[in-house]
Design a protein around this ligand. Structure first.
Ligand SMILES: Nc1nc2c(ncn2[C@@H]2O[C@H](COP(=O)(O)OP(=O)(O)OP(=O)(O)O)[C@@H](O)[C@H]2O)c(=O)[nH]1
Ligand SMILES: [Mg+2]
Length: 440
């Protein structure tokens, strides 16, 4: 039998789980493959032989006879209800509950976990007294065959309880039918009862007619192929996961790029429109304040004139109207780009004051020099640009877009971390391949 070294240390196992976890986090659909890869990467794990088949077909008893002692419970009823393992001569033998859709899915789950996750070799057990394979058996065998073709995991179709048929002829008929139902498999006929009788009575002929020694020989050959089969399977699984992960990284990167491009474009459009409106209002304001004659706005009203229209008041009104018009034009651009209400933290109890325009510009202006400073001088324009751009970035759509970008960038990081983790798993797998190559 093969020699397998001691169990891996805890640190190794912890790192393996961590690496697998990072990959599963981004490819949850690959959880099973990663779990399988985790098992494959454990070079100290003995080869695993599992029985699979319907209940009461003689699975547990077959394992006992193959091992040479009673490791698993046998009964003439539905007996095995959970997985049970027994290590014997460097091989882990796994007894699984019988498959039967009528009884319950939990047992089936255990059996399928043993078959798909843990096993290297499956003994598909079918009792010939039951006649041909039923539909569920055929479906499972087909799946196991495909799995074998792709990953090299082996399945042996074992026909049990051949002593229960009255003649060789009857056996031939059943075996031929089953052979045509599962043409990809050779059949291995066995009788545990005959084998036991042969062992206990020292009857060599009975032993040979039990089919168990022949099955043991086939099994030995299959066990010898396990290391290379495992290496092959690990390479394929890693290749599958890698290509899916690489594609995911590419898709996620593309999404971040798209979102960033959208963000830049939005900002460019905003800057363009804002600059255009600021240019326009600067011209309008210049025309408003560059008028001949004295500037009456500078003349204060006397107490006696407080209820009368004066040239000073008229001029200040004219400036205020011009100011309001400029503000309205700028505001239209802000609204077009989704900038209207102040961010939550800046809001007051007066709704009409809670808009960006009021916050940046105020509501009132009296003098030509103020208008000039605000709209025409470089510093004033720079202030408006800077303030409006700041509020633009704080507007709901922009904040949402920025959050979307940071989530998408986080998703890229996770996928890239998964790729690094996968590389670590790959490094372990190539070590496995080397060891598989040398023992194969
Ligand atoms: N005559 C005969 N009986 C057998 C043979 N193999 C198993 N049996 C009997 O068939 C019954 C079921 O055997 P088990 O090995 O418990 O069957 P199982 O497939 O493990 O059943 P579950 O654990 O319930 O799924 C028991 O009474 C066995 O003694 C055989 O080769 N010949
Ligand atoms: Mg059993």
């Amino acid at each position: 039998m093969m020699h397998f070294p001691d169990r891996p240390d805890q640190e190794q196992t912890r790192r393996l789980l961590q690496d697998s976890g990072a990959v599963v986090a981004v490819l949850p659909g690959r959880a099973h493959d990663l779990a399988r890869l985790g098992l494959l990467a454990d070079r100290t794990r003995p080869p695993v032989v599992t029985v699979i088949g319907k209940y009461n077909h003689g699975k547990s008893r077959l394992l006992n006879e193959l091992i040479g002692h009673t490791a698993f419970a046998v009964a003439d009823k539905r007996e095995t209800v959970e997985l049970s393992a027994h290590v014997h001569q460097g091989v882990q033998w796994l007894d699984a509950p019988g498959l039967d859709a009528d009884v319950g899915s939990v047992d089936d789950e255990h059996a399928l976990q043993a078959t798909w996750l843990e096993s290297d070799i499956r003994l598909f057990v079918h009792a010939v007294k039951e006649g041909e394979l039923d539909a569920s058996e055929r479906t499972l065998l087909e799946a196991l065959h495909c799995d074998g073709l792709r990953y090299g995991r082996q399945t042996l179709l074992v026909l049990t309880q051949i002593d229960q048929l009255s003649s060789d002829d009857q056996y031939r008929k059943v075996a031929d039918t089953i052979g045509s139902q599962a043409p990809a498999f050779g059949v291995h006929p066995v009788s545990s009862t005959r084998y036991r009788q042969g062992v206990e009575g020292g009857k060599t002929l009975l032993l040979e007619r039990s089919g168990i020694p022949a099955l043991q020989r086939v099994l030995q050959g299959a066990l010898e192929r396990v290391p290379s089969a495992r290496a092959h399977e690990a390479q394929l699984l890693l290749g599958d996961v890698r290509s899916e992960l690489t594609q995911l990284v590419d898709e996620r990167l593309a999404r971040v790029c798209d979102l960033r491009a959208q963000q830049t474009q939005q900002r460019q459009r905003f800057d363009f429109d804002l600059l255009a409106v600021l240019d326009k209002v600067a011209l309008d304001i210049r025309a408003l304040i560059d008028v001949p004659g004295p500037d009456h706005s500078l003349t204060p009203d006397s107490f006696a004139e407080q209820f009368k229209m004066t040239p000073g008041k008229r001029e200040r009104n004219r400036l205020q109207v011009g100011y309001s018009k400029a503000c309205i034009e700028i505001n239209a651009v802000l609204i077009k780009h989704g900038v209207s209400e102040l961010p939550q933290a800046q809001r007051t109890s007066v709704r009409s004051l809670d808009n960006v325009m009021v916050a940046v510009m105020g509501v009132y202006v009296k003098y030509r020099k103020d208008l000039n400073q605000i709209f025409c001088e470089e510093a004033g324009r720079a202030r408006m640009q800077c303030e409006f751009a700041r509020y633009f970035e704080l507007s709901p759509d922009r904040v949402e877009l920025a959050a979307e970008i940071s989530a998408a960038a986080g998703a890229v990081d996770a996928a890239q971390r998964a790729l690094v983790a996968l590389e670590t798993l790959e490094a372990r797998a190539s070590a496995l391949e080397m060891s598989g190559g040398s023992t194969a």
